[in-house]
Design a protein around this ligand. Sequence first.
Ligand SMILES: [Fe+2]
Length: 528
Amino acid sequence: MNWYQSSHLPSTGLKRRDVLRGAGILTGLAIASQLPRRLVAQPAFSGYPFSLGVASGNPLPNSVVLWTRLAPNPLSGGGMPAYNVPVQWQVAADANMRRVVKSGTEVAVPEFAHSVHVDVRGLQPGQTYWYQFKAGNEVSPIGRTRTAPARGERLDRLRFALANCQDWQNGYYTAYKHLAEEDLDLVVHVGDYIYEYGPQPGGPRQHNGPEIFSLEDYRNRHALYKTDANLQAAHAAFPWVVIWDDHEVENNYASGISEVDGEPDQDPAVFLRRRAAAYQAYYEHMPLRKSSLPYGADLRLYRRLTYGDLAQFNVLDTRQYRSDQPCGDELKPLCDAALDPNATLTGKAQERWLFQGLQQSSAQWNILAQQVMFSQFDFDARPGVQLFNMDQWDGYVAARNRILTFLEQQKVSNPIVLAGDIHSSWVHDIKRDFNKPGSPTLGTEFVATSITSDFPTQFIAPVTAALSNNPHTKFFNGALRGYLRCALNRKRWRSDYRVVSTIAAPQATISTLASFVVENGQPGAQRA
Ligand SMILES: [Fe+2]
């Protein structure tokens, strides 16, 4: 059935056992007492229910997650009545949805803001597919996605984009318009998908309400961001692998500890309720598997994705399990606490999981996709005085050293670290000892600039002046916004810094600011 061109409305054929199967996802939240709930198969919507677009994510060789959310009134709670609604989905082998290969029905429930997460199984590896949803009389836009290649398959080419930090108030998402037109296998987003702040006058766009704390607040904020047509286009074009940073909850939070700012969430119990709301809204708006269902204030998000024998992505969560910034936030000289082996960005369990995955990897390129800058950077240009960003790995030196030791001792093949968070473009050679320029280079780090979030112009000159103190840093640009495009094959990795001409107006051109390559077996970046 080609919904896109059809006016015929197929009956859902939904039976009670399907309703209960759909409701099964609620078990973890122990709200089964609210079931059974009335199921309305042909609801009348107050507006177009697919206002937030469609998305797909977490590609495996035979499976991909499809996402949408029914939200006829997206900025005010979604506008859905408090009953369950069946949502049909189809996956096709062609862009016109004629050759349907998989289809089914998922029940959208109010407890998850009528979001839909379909884990489609039984697909072919390394294939492009198209997908579409239908609820009541309404059909969604058609999305395109792509499965990962078969495990261990010899793969000659992989292309992906790295995006992060999209403060709505700071500018337009024209970078995503251009990203959607790239030739990519996937998009990796390393966080700050939303920002929690209240409205800040003077920017090109405004947030829809004061700083967000409740589940409803976080839902409305995610919905605001998802109404952007360019962001929707980028989601509809490729599968995304998403991981959060801090602003999905609150600036610079650490595990259960709020930022010190005098807000009413300084009590950890209050903050954890805020985190639970933020995590749930994140799940509801992202193409995540049900293995990432939130359990109270916890949500397992770190995970691994493999692309044949070519690349393995270790997608790390450096917010949920981190110890509080050992030397405090902001730029500071190193304090002894950063050398404390118990100071951690990943938590012990995730670190073990990472090492195990790297040890067992047979991939040629081993990627750590995560949030904060990994390499050391001394922000003070004066010799003998050092200033480090304590929210990054520079504040967690012992934890970074454990990873460096592991990469060296285990001879991990072609380690590549990807980061965001700092709203600027960087390239670093990852040194065994950053204070000794002659020490071995163990890997390469590429930091993508923000989609829109601000890098204050007054920081550009001091950072540029400090580059001479940091010879392992090969590139820095703070002025431009965009994304990183990565293309890898068996011989080399190439990273292109793609930047837009402006974020202050909706029209912007795209260009490549700089390109770097890493040759297979030779860690460290060279100008392309
Ligand atoms: Fe950010």
